[in-house]
Design a protein around this ligand. Structure first.
Ligand SMILES: *Cc1c(COP(=O)(O)O)cnc(C)c1O
Ligand SMILES: [Zn+2]
Length: 401
């Protein structure tokens, strides 16, 4: 059963049947999936169960259980983090740790519905252009579903990710040249219907898997809505999907408000932060390297305008961080709470700390900060570690100082 009823265009607001469409046939606008609010009103939040994201099957656009493949994604912990909260001046901080997903990132929530949608629409191949996290995730779910994943990466991808993708699919290539050129060729192939779109820029079925993070937060907070939710923003799929889910909860009468969204970007890819600060339109930037690979999106395209509008209409906030700030908070998160996150996964922390310091977020606010990635997929230089001998005196000295 699914409460999904139609595709809705964000441009002309037109309605379309629930088919495989990547843009509005009338105006070319982006599409999202609309749900029946009366049906959502009947959903028994707090009593839902099921494997992976399919605990929320009614709130997803894949009605047939035959297409509902899973690797046990989602159901990630919401951890109260008093010590980290204290380090940034917050009294009520929770971390939604999505690094525990099957391939180690939040991408599994959307890859599972992308591959399920490929099955639903009769495709036996799905493609993606990605530096790593989307690639591993799409390839994993395609393998699980028994369809072919075609993955295009660049040589800058980390070794753990390259080995992971290579293990999952035989159709894996590195491309030379830049992403913007590659995506033109990729989208052309997708438009011929030769292959199902596993990318995040247009496919409305993919995005909706990420709504499940919002439903989990709502249930884990005993059916309360936090004051703020902090999202890493690459193309903005996670922010858009979760805020839509929170809005559905409100419109269906389950909640009395929606959280204020906070966008965390890298300072080399900060088009949302700049547009908000300057009260201007979004201007794409050619990006240089950042360790936060998952949010290295210089041109968010039409989705960027949608994100900007979403944040503006909900009085949202945004902040950008440097690689040095990300590393500093990555270390703090590990030492203070025992969580090892990748740089993209914890880019939310320096952004949040900055907004608290500026007085934009009050210390009493109830804040959920997403930690979207495990640290185990990164390629890091081994740090300088002390070396000692096996001499019992030296051992005793090490263990007691
Ligand atoms: C892709 C990615 C993001 C960014 O999500 P968007 O939906 O593209 O904004 C955040 N965290 C991780 C770990 C990612 O891989
Ligand atoms: Zn339209």
């Amino acid at each position: 059963m699914s409460a999904a009823v139609s595709l809705r265009c964000i441009g002309c607001k037109g309605n379309h049947n629930l088919e495989y469409l990547l843009e509005c046939p009338d105006c070319g606008g982006l599409l999202y999936i609309e749900y029946d609010l009366d049906r959502i009103a009947q959903v028994q939040f707090g009593n839902l169960s099921g494997p992976g994201v399919w605990a929320y099957a009614e709130l997803l656009p894949i009605p047939d259980p035959l297409h509902q493949i899973t690797l046990g994604e989602g159901h990630s912990p919401l951890l109260h983090a008093p010590k980290l909260g204290n380090a940034m001046g917050l009294n009520n901080l929770w971390l939604k740790f999505d690094g525990l997903n099957p391939t180690g990132t939040v991408k599994d929530r959307s890859a599972v519905t992308a591959v399920a949608a490929a099955l639903q629409f009769g495709y036996d191949r799905i493609g993606v252009v990605s530096t790593g996290n989307a690639a591993t995730s799409i390839a994993a779910y395609a393998a699980r579903a028994g369809i072919k994943a075609f993955v295009l990466s660049t040589e800058s991808s980390s070794r753990p990710k390259v080995c992971h993708v290579n293990a999952l699919t035989a159709h894996f290539a590195m491309y030379q040249g830049n992403y913007d050129d590659m995506i033109i060729g990729f989208d052309k192939a997708v438009d011929t219907k030769a292959i199902f779109d596993g990318g995040a820029s247009r496919n409305p079925y993919k995005q909706d898997g990420k709504k499940t993070m919002a439903y989990e937060i709502f249930e884990q907070m005993d059916l309360q809505i936090p004051d703020y939710v902090v999202y890493p923003v690459g193309i903005g799929e996670l922010l858009l999907a979760c805020q839509r889910a929170f809005r559905e909860l409100k419109l269906a009468g389950h909640a009395d408000r929606t959280p204020i969204p906070v966008a965390a970007q890298s300072d080399v890819a900060d088009s949302i932060v700049k547009a908000l600060a300057n009260d201007a339109e979004r201007t794409p930037t050619p990006i240089t390297y950042t360790i936060a690979e998952g949010v290295a999106v210089g041109d968010m395209g039409a989705k960027g305008d949608w994100v900007l509008e979403d944040i503006r209409t909900s009085d949202g906030l945004a902040a950008a961080s440097s690689d040095a700030e990300v590393s500093e908070w990555q270390q703090r998160l590990a030492r203070l709470e025992g969580i090892w996150a990748g740089p993209t996964g914890c880019i939310t922390l320096p952004a949040l700390a900055k907004l608290v310091r500026r007085g934009d977020i009050p210390s009493e606010a109830r804040v959920v900060c997403t930690i979207s990635e495990t640290g185990l997929k990164s390629d890091l230089e081994p740090p300088d570690i002390a070396v000692i001998s096996t001499d019992p005196v030296a051992v005793m000295q090490f263990l007691t100082t």
